[in-house]
Unconditional design. Structure first.
Length: 665
């Protein structure tokens, strides 16, 4: 995909961002209709039992309503900038929408475009997240800012002149292999961009962290981002182990405990200027409490009077427009306190800004999610190098948020695994093509390095995905190449005592197994669902899990993967009844991306006379599912249905060649 100029690029991606924004709003509409309020509050997407009070007017004439709840607010995903809807009881979907403009531990202030209706005020108000609008706004802001970044714009339009070269380096991590060292050396010397292609288990993040270290060693200021909080925190933890001064920017509630001491919020607590700001905020809270003794000049009371008129009439004691002089004096007192509050807040923000600036300027590396890279904290910062991990799980507009802050860009990912999640069907085709892939299309394979040594899978598990997705270039490191369940105490002698066919299925010397149901267990659909489940396959999965645990495997070492939500739910719901501990993880393919287990059991689900496989045809799902295990991969499916697709047919043939294809009834 190529673009003529900035305007062509901007129009294309602005449209896609707005389509995805609307799709997210529709997702929340459906979830609001489907889930009870307490469930949605537990998910962090609603707050119940609030009391709302109109507290004045905001920018653009908006109406500000402050919501509080006895005991404070619960943990929630709702944050400043988000679109929310207010309601009483179960929302119908046509309620008034507002934007969160302030959030504390005790209150949420929402700006509404018109005077809020009665149901949005008083007691018993419910606030629901309607869209994570701040992320979409940051994408749009980045698209606008791109016009002022000709170097980046040239790269995106396919006009950049690539200079790919390798520099020899002395690594901090002496255990890096040659392909990792090659990627680090090229990431250090290439301009204006370089891509690190990291297949499963090849140490992609290890390579990224070493490359960041080398840039810091050269005196460069680095911004490192990823699409998810987990991946971002992983980078922070590893960079800190290198002795790098790293600061994590982002919502403290979404930062893992292991890296909290590197978070901006934690570091601010140690800063003297920030402590001054906190004291000023304490005074603001005291004055706001004092304000409650007076009368807020809401439209009901001010009746069109300006602040200046209220102050003037308060001095003369003159009634005006039917407002009693006493009410005018109380509004004037409220306004005087508000003026003091405003001045204190300005001073506090000034102290805060100085503290934030000091901490971020001192850091060698700033880490954030793609979205958080667009936060107010980083507004005036630019960086020599921007690293984006998980780049193949990020849409192009998401990547732009950190990229507009840099001069050189290093991206790491694996476009042979799952693409970013896109809710809008109309936008999916374009947004699912990541910038990582698009740069490869435009500039060619020469701008990337493939990490070839993998440290996770037995070589028999690795061989098929290596051939099918990575040109046969992957090599199993000697530390994992022949590891099996024998190393965990499960021997062929013990599995031989199991009843057929489980003696063969669990034989440790057969790392790859395909259990063929041969069409005996047809797929099913729940009423109103677009997903699928398969009871017969679930029974086989339970039988395998029970025997694995009886053989002594720890529950936390086993994972169950299915591409279909309804099969995941079906299996999860029955774990306890089958006597299987919930430490055995059961998730979709998406939920297991980036994860690993000693043993993985995969249920493919699809089995029908039409031989339809639906979204299994996106073989990136197969790649992710079969590359999660270290020592044993057990797959369950209907060969007749799956073999309609050549990649699945090749996979089944491969398991046969390894003696691992077993038909079961």
């Amino acid at each position: 995909m190529r673009f003529r100029d900035y305007e062509d690029y901007y129009r294309h991606f602005k449209r896609l961002v707005l389509l995805e924004r609307e799709a997210e709003m529709e997702f929340h509409r459906r979830e609001i209709r489907r889930l009870p309020g307490p469930k949605r509050e537990k998910l962090g997407r609603a707050i119940l039992n609030l009391r709302g009070k109109l507290v004045g007017r905001g920018l653009g004439g908006t109406y500000l309503v402050k919501y509080v709840r006895q005991g404070g607010l619960p943990d929630t995903e709702i944050k400043v900038g988000d679109l929310v809807i207010a309601s009483r009881g179960k929302p119908r979907g046509n309620e008034i929408q507002g934007t969160v403009v302030e959030k504390t531990r005790f209150s949420l202030t929402v700006a509404y475009p018109k005077h809020p209706p009665a149901y949005a005020l008083g007691r018993g108000v419910r606030i629901d997240l309607f869209a994570n609008d701040i992320t979409f706004q940051r994408m749009l802001d980045a698209l606008k800012a791109l016009k002022d970044h000709p170097r980046l714009l040239g790269l995106l339009l396919g006009r950049a002149k690539m200079d790919v070269r390798r520099r020899e380096v002395i690594p901090f991590n002496r255990s890096l292999n040659e392909s990792q060292m090659e990627a680090v050396g090229k990431a250090l010397a290439s301009e204006p961009t370089f891509l690190i292609h990291g297949p499963p288990g090849t140490g992609k993040t290890t390579t990224v962290v070493e490359a960041i270290y080398q840039h810091v060693k050269d005196g460069r200021k680095v911004l490192a981002t990823a699409d998810s909080n987990v991946a971002t925190d992983n980078m922070v933890e590893r960079l800190a182990a290198y002795g790098i001064d790293v600061v994590r920017v982002g919502n403290p509630s979404r930062i893992t405990p292991a890296v909290v001491r590197h978070s901006l919020d934690y570091l601010l607590q140690q800063d003297e200027d920030y402590r001054r700001a906190l004291k000023l905020y304490e005074e603001v809270d005291r004055l706001r409490e004092e304000q409650r003794n007076f009368l807020a000049p809401t439209p009901r009371w001010r009746r069109g009077l300006s602040d200046e008129q209220i102050m003037r009439y308060a001095e003369t004691g003159t009634p005006v427009r039917g407002v009693h002089p006493n009410a005018i004096r109380k509004m004037a007192a409220w306004l005087r306190l508000q003026k003091r509050i405003g001045a204190l807040i300005e001073r506090a923000k000034s102290y805060e800004a100085v503290a934030v600036e000091r901490i971020l300027r001192r850091a060698d590396v700033v880490c954030a999610t793609n979205s958080s890279a667009g936060s107010e904290m980083l507004r005036n910062f630019s960086f020599d190098v921007v690293f984006i991990d998980e780049a193949t799980q990020s849409t192009e507009p998401s990547c732009l948020i950190p990229m507009v802050k840099g001069k050189t860009w290093i991206m790491a990912g694996d476009h042979k695994q799952l693409p970013p999640t896109v809710l809008s069907e109309e936008a999916a085709k374009s947004l699912s093509l990541t910038l990582f892939e698009r740069l490869l299309e435009v500039y060619g394979e020469g701008i990337k390095s493939l990490l070839r040594i993998q440290y996770r899978m037995h070589e028999d598990i690795m061989e098929f995905p290596s051939r099918a997705f990575y040109g046969g270039q992957l090599v199993a490191h000697e530390s994992v190449a022949r590891h099996t369940l024998r190393d965990l105490g499960i021997t062929p002698e013990r599995t031989a005592n199991l009843t057929p066919p489980y003696d063969m299925i669990l034989n440790p010397d057969r790392p790859v197994i395909f259990v063929d149901t041969a069409g005996r267990f047809p797929e099913r659909q729940r009423h109103g669902s677009t997903s699928y489940y398969n009871e017969g396959e679930a029974r086989i999965v339970f039988a395998i899990l029970k025997r694995l645990l009886l053989l002594g495997l720890q529950p936390q070492d086993v994972g169950v993967i299915s591409p279909y939500d309804d099969q995941v739910a079906h299996i999860r719901e029955r774990l306890a009844d089958e006597g299987i501990p919930d430490e055995v993880e059961v998730k979709t393919v998406d939920g297991f991306q980036g994860r690993e287990k000693e043993v993985i059991v995969v249920s493919f689900v699809r089995s029908n006379p039409r031989r339809e496989i639906g979204f299994l045809a996106d073989v990136r799902r197969l790649n992710v599912a079969i590359t999660r295990p270290k020592r044993k991969l057990i797959t369950v499916g209907d060969s007749r249905t799956l073999s309609i697709h050549p990649t699945y047919r090749d996979f089944i043939d491969y398991t046969r060649s390894k003696g691992g294809a077993i038909t079961i009834g």
